[in-house]
Structure formats: C-alpha cells, structure tokens
Design a protein around this ligand. Structure first.
Ligand code: GLA
Length: 753
C-alpha cells in the first residue's frame, strides 16, 4: 500500500533541499508479529535501525527524544545505525554498501524516498511488511528494501540496488544487517567438514567483527547455518537469542559487528568476486534473503520461528501437503557402483517387504560411470549396463508399491566424458587453464546458455521418459576459480542453478528434489526454496548424526532432513552401533535406510520392520510438531523430542553419547508439554530387557509399564532414567491422558489412573 502522504519523490527533496524537515513527519516503521518486532525511525532522513527483538507493545515513546548522547572527540550529532550502515552518517563499523564507479572514490549518502507498509497493526491484516526505498541522486544509486515478519516471528529482509547513474557501477558488497540487543554477550555459530557438518562453536562477544566467510562457491561443509548471539550461557530453552541465516548457495559472509560505540549488528551478504557485479545504467542487483529470528526462550524459540515459516509455505512437503514423507531406501552404501540388475532387484524386494516406500538408485547408472572418475555430463542411461533402459528396474520398484528416485549431479563434468570431449569450453574456470580437479571432476559452466540448455534437456528427457518421483540432486565439489567470459562467475552460476531447478520444477511439478552436496555442503534456505529435502551428511554413523542433525535442525525441520539407518558398522567411521540407536537417530528426520538389507538375520529383519512401522506411526507427529531440546546438564546425555502443537502427544529420545560421570542418570526433564495436563509416558524402543542397551542391576520401576505425571512435573522434576550404555538411545512416547486438576500445594502430581 503506497501512502502518498508519506512518500516524497527524490527530485522534490533535492530541489527543496529540506528533506530532513519533511521526513521527520514520516512516522516510524514498527513491524510486530508473533512476539517479535522491528523498529525503524526516519526522523534523520535515513532509515535508522532502532530495535529488532522482543515485541515492545503497542505504544511507543517519542523517538525524537531517544537519540544517543554525543561523546567528546566524536561527530557532532548522534551516529545513526542505518538500514544500510554508511560512513556518511558517521557509521564506522562494517559498511552496508561498498562499490565504485570506474575505480573512483565512491561514498553514498542514502536518504529515504518512500515507505510502503502493508498489513499488521495498521490494517489488521495478516501481512506485516514494508518496502523502504532510499536514494542518493548524486551518487546515482538507490536501494529498495523489502522487509516482512512472518507468522511465527521469522523476519525476512533483502535489498535491491539500482544503478541510476549514467555509467557502470561496480558493486563490491551489499549487506543486510539488524541490530542485536545489548544483552547479547556470546556468539554461537556452526562449522564442519565432510562427514562432520553443523557443529557448534561458542565464544564471548568482544568488540570487533566476527566474520564467517564461505568461499567454496557452494554453501560449504563449514557453513554456519545459523549465526546467533545471546545472553550469557543462552541454551536450548533459556536466554535471549538473536540469529541470522542467509538464504544463498554461493559465496557468502555472515558477521557480528560490535562497534566501538557500543552497538552490535548482525548480518550477512553475498561475497562477491572482484568485478563480478558490474551494473550497467539502470541495471540492478538483488541480495539473497536474510532470515532473522529473535527468541526470549533460547534456541528452541529460534527453531520455532524457522519451522513455522517452512511449514507455512504452500509447497512445503509432508504432513501439510497431505502426503507423508515416504520411507526411503537409498542404494549407495548397499551397492556403490555395483549396478547388477539381480542385486538391485533383490534389494528392491527386500526393501518393500520391510515397509520401504521410495527406492533411490544412486550414482553409477549413466554412460561410462563405472567409478567416480568418468561419465559426469553424459546423462544417458548406460546401454551396456542397462540394455532395456531403466524401465525394468522402475517397473519392479513401482510394482512393489514404491516410488522410484534417481541420483544426478547436473552441475558437474568429468574430463573423461563425451560431453567434455565435445565441449571442452563448457568447463568453467579461469581463461586458459582448468581449475584443480576435485573427485576427478570439474564444474560445468551453466552460465553458458548452451550448456544450461543441454542439462535442462537431458533431465527433462529422463523425467519425461521414466516414472521418476524423486531426484537426488548432488553437487560434489567446491567451485574454486569459477569464471565465465573472463569474470568471476559464482554469482551467475548460482543463479543459473536456481533457474535450472525452478524450470525443471515447473515442467515436472510432481517430482521431489533432494539437495545433496557431498553430504551437507549445500544446506541453506536458497536451495531449500526449490528442493524438498537436504542430505545433512554422508556420515550415517548415528553418534555423529546426533550432533549433525541436532544443529542442522536448529533451522531445518526434520521432515526436510534426510536421515538414514546405515550399516551396522559405519562406512565412514568404522564405529559399530546397535540397530536401536541407529533407528532412534534416523527417526527424527526424513527417515530411510542406506544399507544392504538383503541378507539380514531374521531377528534383525524383524526389528528393522518394527522400527519402520514405529516411525510410520509417529511420522505425522514428528513432521509437524514443535522440536524441544532439554538443557540437560550431563554432557554425556541428550534429551530431545517433538511435541504436538496442541500438547496432546510427544515423542522423546534420550541419547547417551558417552559414558556418564554419574553412576545413574537420575531424573531427566522432558520439557515442552502442557504444564497442567496429565500424561502417560512409556518407553517404546528398545525393549526394557535389551541387554545391549542398558547396563543396570535394576531399572527404574516405571520403565516396565509406563507412568503418569503432569507436564509440569515432567518438565521441572523429570523421570529417573535407566543406565544406558554409551552410544545408545531410548525412545519415549508420551500421550495426554486428562487435563489434570490443579495440584493442591503439597499434593501429589503423579496420579495413577
Ligand atoms: C556424494 C553423495 C553420496 C553419494 C555419492 C555418489 O558423495 O553425498 O550420498 O550419492 O556422492 O557418488
């Protein structure tokens, strides 16, 4: 909604030369939703970021009285923290905009031109958003910023920079930032590597800038899926937390900038190569979306904001779409490149008998692909291996009632491929030489329209010819030294990949796509806008997965996180785990198997079929409920669960990561239930007498038949837990039995029905 009273054309302002006077009439922008608010003041002529965090209530004080004090040896007026922090307003922290015109000194002085608001408090409508346009006519640039707070409190912000000047403008950086409350004293972010993605690191917040740079050309195994700052010791369910994520799959930076003037901002930007974005007159550049959340109740509140946003999307897969996430069997760790038909058929039959619902044929099916050294780019079914094409296998799979999925890696090319031999110039790189190989492969230059079209056509042909319901879309190398036509090209390549996915989805709307990137090297909300799940890691070791999934799950809800039961002895760590631990770990995700299930012992087959059935029973809850994680003091133990939004049921996993310092775990709290409702808690897996899982003379009495307690008792006092062997889990099902009468002081919260 454009409000003409509040809009002043740039020309008018510069002719009148009194912008500040008139803009002081512009009322502040105050977006409020789901307990979160953002406050921007315009009285200086700039869009001044005053607050992002807790909802401040309906009434605001006179903001013109709230400017900071001016210290000695400083600018003569209070320094504004702008929506685009800039030196022209005295900001000496990390600038929001950097660029130049033909190498000449460039300084912008952006001033607000218009503010369009919609929904929220003002209209009583659902939306809560605004578009702010700022301009500097002398510098010849303007920036249009879209901001919205979604249901659940997740804020989205992105800028578009327009080159209004006559000549080209070279952009070095355009960042999206938000203020962080002064109470924040600690930073938490994530890092990782192949088979060990999404591990947290914490540190005190000092003055200065903490920057996480991703120069992998893809999101990266070490990418910080979430950058958070919070009050001392903020935990899963306590403390104030501010957090940001950049929805982008190319080079990027996220940062916390604690300036000398005492203010702290958090933000992120695309990391651009030298000369990568050169805007001709009237051309524009748009930043990726910055996603930001605030929680007054620890990291679980941040997850709530992200999950609510994900699940509110019309195309979100799973419970909301009416189609449950199918149990997967991926053949990779079962057969690798051994694509003999009898083996694959056997596997399909065994999988179907166990209750699998989707069968995914991994790498190795296309021309020349007998190992990982050749074939990428030749997206034709290998005639030698598959004389009848893929149809016989697909018919068998679908005949067993399963969907069929196929692995592809469309962005890559082996030098040993017909494609590379025919089009050596389609390999991306610097002029005159090839980048270093990685897994024997190079990157296909999808900025080249012919290469892009070839890939689109091949995938379109495969999806048209075969009954393929799912693509495992892989991307197995860093995009180092990316170049197209002599310029760095990660930005253009990333956009080209997005367009490829977008157009294939348009052409084949029923095909689901997984984003895999040597495991979890491409997990971000840019790729997840156009894919239906991510592969969190190539590591199927349940112990490693506990941490990888816990932190990936900060942002991404379990129905989008591929999570498979791997072989008894992990192929990537050589650790051996019981089936119950592997299954309990995989259940808190988009569950599947990646294991040769043809030759299981009868007892193992029965247990596996039972675990699959158990997952299916709890799937609607697991894929729609609220994720809760206890602040468990024993570092050897973890307790996490999913609670339905109406508080009617929950499924928790107690996990022992190592041996404990204590003789017995004692009472472990089960948070997140309705405090005054009564619940029945039962241990459902493994069986209480499983000697591999437990090491105790006598288990807690409730373990055999369950126990009833109020939500408050379970959250505040907890239940005594059995002594789990290290690297084991216990699954607890919780069901509401009544709305409990308020317990009298000194009364007994535990009632036997
Ligand atoms: C990557 C993936 C694996 C598997 C292989 C196939 O490493 O992450 O899951 O698909 O490629 O080559």
């Amino acid at each position: 909604m454009n409000n003409p009273d509040l809009t002043l054309a740039a020309e008018t302002r510069s002719v009148l030369g009194v912008p500040d006077l008139l803009l002081s009439d512009l009322e502040p922008l105050y977006l409020r939703r789901s307990g979160t608010s953002l406050l921007i003041d315009f009285s200086t002529g700039e869009a001044a970021l005053l607050h992002f965090g807790a909802d401040l209530g309906p009434a605001l004080p006179d903001l013109s009285l709230l400017g900071d004090a001016v210290p000695h040896s400083a600018f003569d007026v209070p320094v504004t923290l702008g929506l685009i922090p800039q030196a022209s307003s005295g900001w000496r922290g990390r600038p929001g905009l950097r660029g130049h015109r033909n190498g000449q000194a460039f300084s912008a002085r952006l001033r607000v031109v218009s503010v369009e608001r919609s929904g929220g408090e003002r209209s009583g409508g659902e939306a809560c958003s605004a578009v702010i346009t700022q301009s500097d006519p002398e510098a010849g640039v303007s920036v249009r910023t879209e901001i919205k707070i979604n249901d659940g409190g997740l804020l989205q912000l992105r800028h578009r920079l327009d080159n209004d000047g006559a000549g080209p403008y070279s952009l070095d950086e355009l960042a999206a930032v938000l203020p962080v409350g002064r109470a924040a004293t600690e930073i938490l972010d994530l890092t990782g590597r192949w088979c060990r993605e999404s591990h947290p690191q914490r540190q005190p917040l000092h003055q200065g800038t903490w920057v996480r740079s991703g120069r992998h050309g893809r999101t990266g195994h070490d990418a910080s899926l979430l950058l958070a700052a919070g009050t001392p010791g903020f935990g899963n369910r306590h403390g104030q937390v501010w957090a940001v994520h950049l929805g982008w799959s190319g080079n990027h930076e996220s940062f916390v900038d604690a300036a000398a003037d005492g203010r702290t901002v958090m933000g992120a930007s695309e990391l651009l190569g030298a000369g990568e974005i050169s805007l001709a007159a009237n051309a524009s550049y748009e930043t990726p979306w910055l996603f930001a959340a605030y929680s007054a109740a620890g990291l679980d509140g941040i997850s709530d904001a992200f999950y609510t946003w994900f699940r509110g999307r019309p195309h979100h897969p799973g419970v909301q779409s009416g189609k449950a996430r199918p149990v997967v069997l991926n053949v990779w760790e079962a057969v690798y490149f051994d694509h003999r038909m009898p083996v694959l058929l056997d596997l399909a039959e065994s999988a179907a008998r166990l209750g699998v619902e989707r069968y995914v044929l991994d790498d190795g099916w296309f021309r020349g692909r007998r190992n990982d050294q050749a074939g990428l780019g030749d997206w034709y079914v290998d005639e030698d291996l598959w004389p009848g094409g893929l149809a016989p296998l697909i018919d068998a799979v679908t005949g067993h009632g399963m969907e069929f999925g196929l692995w592809v890696e469309p962005e890559m090319v082996n030098e040993d491929s017909d494609l590379a031999r025919a089009h050596p110039d389609w390999i991306a790189g610097p002029a005159g030489r090839l980048p270093e190989r990685w897994r024997h492969q190079q990157v296909l230059d999808l900025v080249n329209p012919e290469a892009w079209q070839y890939i689109f056509d091949r995938l379109d042909a495969l999806l048209s010819e075969y009954r393929i319901s799912y693509l495992k879309w892989d991307q197995n190398r860093d995009l180092t030294e990316m170049g197209h036509a002599g310029r760095p090209s990660v930005h253009a390549q990333t956009r080209a990949v997005y367009r490829l996915l977008d157009e294939l989805r348009l052409a084949h709307p029923d095909v689901e796509i997984e984003s895999c990137s040597s495991g979890g090297a491409r997990v971000d909300l840019g790729i997840l806008e156009r894919t239906d799940r991510i592969w969190a890691s190539d590591c199927n070791d349940a112990l490693e997965r506990q941490t990888i999934q816990r932190w990936t799950g900060m942002v991404v809800p379990p129905e989008l996180v591929g999570s498979h039961i791997g072989p008894t002895t992990s192929h990537t760590t050589a650790r051996t785990h019981d089936l119950s631990f592997r299954a309990i770990t995989a259940m808190f995700g988009h569950f599947g198997l990646e294991w040769d299930v043809r030759h299981l012992a009868d007892s193992e087959r029965t247990e596996l079929a039972g675990a699959i059935a158990l997952f299916k029973q709890y799937r609607p809850l697991l894929h729609s409920g609220r994720m809760v994680r206890a602040d468990e003091p024993d570092p050897a133990l973890r307790l996490h669960g999913v609670v339905s939004h109406d508080g009617g049921e929950a499924l928790y996993a107690l996990v022992s990561l190592a041996t404990s310092f204590a003789e017995v775990p004692g009472r472990v709290c089960l948070p997140g239930l309705l405090p005054d409702a009564a619940y029945r808690v039962e241990a459902v897996y493994p069986a209480a007498d499983d000697r591999r899982a437990f090491l105790q003379a006598v288990p807690p009495a409730w373990l055999a038949g369950g126990v009833e307690a109020t939500g408050r008792f379970l959250a505040e006092s907890g239940l005594p837990m059995p002594v789990l062997n290290p690297e084991h889990g216990l699954l607890l099902a919780v069901r509401r039995v009544t709305a409990a009468a308020p317990a009298a002081a000194g009364g007994h919260p535990v009632r036997k029905s």
